[in-house]
Design a protein around this ligand. Structure first.
Ligand SMILES: Cc1cc2nc3c(=O)[nH]c(=O)nc-3n(C[C@H](O)[C@H](O)[C@H](O)COP(=O)(O)OP(=O)(O)OC[C@H]3O[C@@H](n4cnc5c(N)ncnc54)[C@H](O)[C@@H]3O)c2cc1C
Length: 405
C-alpha cells in the first residue's frame, strides 16, 4: 500500500501531536504514526511549567485536562542533599513576560491522549500501534518512510517532509546522522502512589548525594514519584526494581517515610540513559522535534514545554518552507535551527548548570541555602526554569555570585 501526505510525523507524544495539529490547522494533510496505543503511560515527573500551560491554552486543551483531574501548581520547592530548601512561586516572579502564574501536574496518560485527540479533531490521521521501519530517500533527501502496523502490514508513505518526534533514543534521529552523547548518564524510575504525606500544591525536588527525586501531586490523592540516579547506581536495580526504588527513596531525608510500597498504583517505569543531542536536527526532507532533537536531564521539568514550543517552531518552519520545491531542503528549513537556538539557549545553559552542579552535593546544597534565604532569588530561579523569566536573570555575575558566596 502507498500513502501520500503533506507531512509524515513519527511519534504522537506532545512534540508530534502538536506539530501535526498546527500543520493541519494550516490545511496540510498530515499522517502521524506511533508504535503505542493511547492512552499510554510514559515515564515522566508530569510537571508542566507555566509556559507549557500557555501553549496548552492556545491549543484549547486546558478545559479537558482540568476536567480529567489535573492539578494547578503554585510553584516548586527544591531541597538540597543536606537539608537546605528553597521555594519559588510562579505568581511572585515579577516577570514582565506574558505568563500564567501557575504550572500544572497531569498524568501523561491524560495529557498525551488529549493532545492526540486535539490533532485528530483538526483532521490529522493518527495510526496507533504503527512503527516506522526505515526512511525512504531519493538523491540523499528523505522522501518518506516505510511503516508497519502491529498486524504486520507495511506501507510506504511519501511526504515532502518527515518529522522525527519519536522521543529519547529516537530512531529517526539516528537515521538522520550521528548523535552527541553527554558524559552525564542518568536513569529514571517513576511510579504513581496514593497516601504520600505532606504534599501541597507545589512540585518537590529533592537532591541527594547521588541523584535526585521528585514528588508531584498529579491528581486527587495521587502523587507522581520519580527517582533519577547515575548509571552506576541504577545498575543495582537489576535484582528488584521495587525494592531498589523504595530503598533509594528512603535515603532522601525529605522523602523518607512519605512514600509506601502499599500505595503503589502500578509498576515502576524505567527509562535512560539521558543526555543525547542530534548533530543534525534538520536534513533535506526532514527535521527533529522534542526529545528526538535533544534531551539533557529532567531536573528542570522543562521537556514537555520544549516539545510543545519546538512543535510551534517546527510547524512554522515547515509552513514557511512548503512554499518552495519538494522535498523541503535543509536550507529552506534552517530557520528552525536558528529559532530553536533563540528559544532554548537559556534553558540549555541553566539545565547544564544545575545538572552538573548536582554532581557537587555540598556546593549545590549551599546554593539552595543561599537562594532560599532570599525569596526574590528563589522566585526568579523557578521562574527561569519555568520559562516565565528570561534566563539572563540567573545567568549573570550578580546572581551567580550571590548564589555561592
Ligand atoms: C524521568 C523523566 C521525568 C521527566 N519529567 C518531566 C517533567 O516533569 N516535566 C517535563 O516537562 N518534562 C519531563 N520529562 C521530559 C519529557 O518527558 C519529554 O521531554 C517529553 O515527553 C518529550 O515529548 P516528545 O513528544 O518529544 O517525546 P515522547 O513523549 O517520548 O513521545 C515519543 C513518541 O514516539 C513514539 N515512538 C517511539 N519510537 C517510535 C517508532 N519507531 N515508531 C513510531 N512511534 C515511535 C513513542 O511511542 C511515543 O509516544 C521527563 C523525562 C523523564 C525521562
Amino acid at each position: 500500500m502507498d500513502i501520500t501526505v503533506d507531512a509524515l510525523i513519527v511519534g504522537a507524544g506532545p512534540a508530534g501531536s502538536v506539530t501535526a495539529a498546527l500543520l493541519a490547522d494550516a490545511g496540510l494533510q498530515v499522517l502521524v504514526v506511533d508504535r503505542a496505543a493511547f492512552p499510554r503511560d510514559k515515564p515522566c515527573a508530569e510537571y508542566l511549567s507555566p509556559a507549557a500551560v500557555l501553549i496548552l491554552e492556545r491549543l484549547g486543551v486546558m478545559g479537558k485536562l482540568m476536567d480529567a483531574g489535573a492539578t494547578t501548581l503554585s510553584g516548586m520547592t527544591v531541597v538540597g542533599a543536606y537539608g537546605s530548601r528553597l521555594t519559588g512561586l510562579f505568581a511572585k516572579t515579577g516577570s514582565p513576560l506574558p505568563h500564567r502564574p501557575a504550572g500544572l501536574a497531569v498524568t501523561r496518560r491524560v495529557l498525551d491522549a488529549s493532545l492526540v485527540d486535539a490533532a485528530r479533531s483538526r483532521g490529522v490521521t493518527v495510526m496507533e500501534r504503527t512503527r516506522v521501519v526505515e526512511l525512504v530517500r531519493h538523491r540523499g533527501a528523505v522522501t518518506g518512510a516505510v511503516i508497519a502496523t502491529a498486524g504486520g502490514r507495511t506501507a510506504t508513505v511519501a511526504a515532502p517532509v518527515t518529522v522525527g518526534a519519536d522521543g529519547l533514543n529516537s530512531v529517526v534521529a539516528r537515521w538522520f546522522g550521528p548523535m552527541r552523547r553527554e558524559p552525564l548518564r542518568r536513569w529514571a524510575f517513576v511510579g504513581h502512589f496514593t497516601g504520600v504525606t505532606g504534599l501541597g500544591d507545589r512540585a518537590e525536588l529533592h537532591a541527594g548525594t547521588a541523584g535526585y527525586a521528585g514528588l508531584n501531586p498529579v491528581g486527587p490523592g495521587i502523587a507522581n514519584v520519580s527517582l533519577v540516579v547515575p548509571r552506576q547506581v541504577a545498575s543495582r536495580a537489576r535484582g528488584d526494581v521495587t525494592d531498589f526504588f523504595h530503598d533509594t527513596l528512603d535515603r532522601f531525608e525529605g522523602i523518607r517515610n512519605r512514600v509506601h510500597a502499599s500505595g503503589s498504583l502500578g509498576p515502576i517505569l524505567t527509562v535512560g540513559p539521558f543526555g543525547v543531542r542530534a548533530r543534525r536536527p534538520v536534513v533535506d526532507g526532514g527535521l527533529l522535534v522534542g526529545d528526538a532533537a535533544e534531551f539533557f536531564d529532567p531536573f528542570t521539568g522543562d521537556g514537555i514545554h520544549s516539545a510543545l514550543r519546538g512543535a510551534e517552531l517546527a510547524s512554522a518552519a515547515i509552513l514557511g518552507a512548503a512554499r518552495g520545491p519538494m522535498p523541503l531542503s535543509a536550507t529552506s528549513l534552517s530557520g528552525y535551527l536558528r529559532a530553536r537556538r533563540r528559544a532554548f539557549w537559556g534553558k540549555w545553559m541553566v539545565e547544564r548548570m544545575i545538572g552538573y552542579g548536582m554532581l557537587l552535593p555540598r556546593l549545590f546544597d549551599r546554593a539552595v541555602e543561599r537562594i532560599g534565604r532570599n525569596d526574590p532569588m528563589a522566585h526568579t530561579l523557578i521562574g527561569v526554569t519555568g520559562h516565565v523569566v528570561p534566563p539572563g536573570a540567573v545567568l549573570n555575575p550578580v546572581y551567580l555570585t550571590r548564589m555561592v558566596l
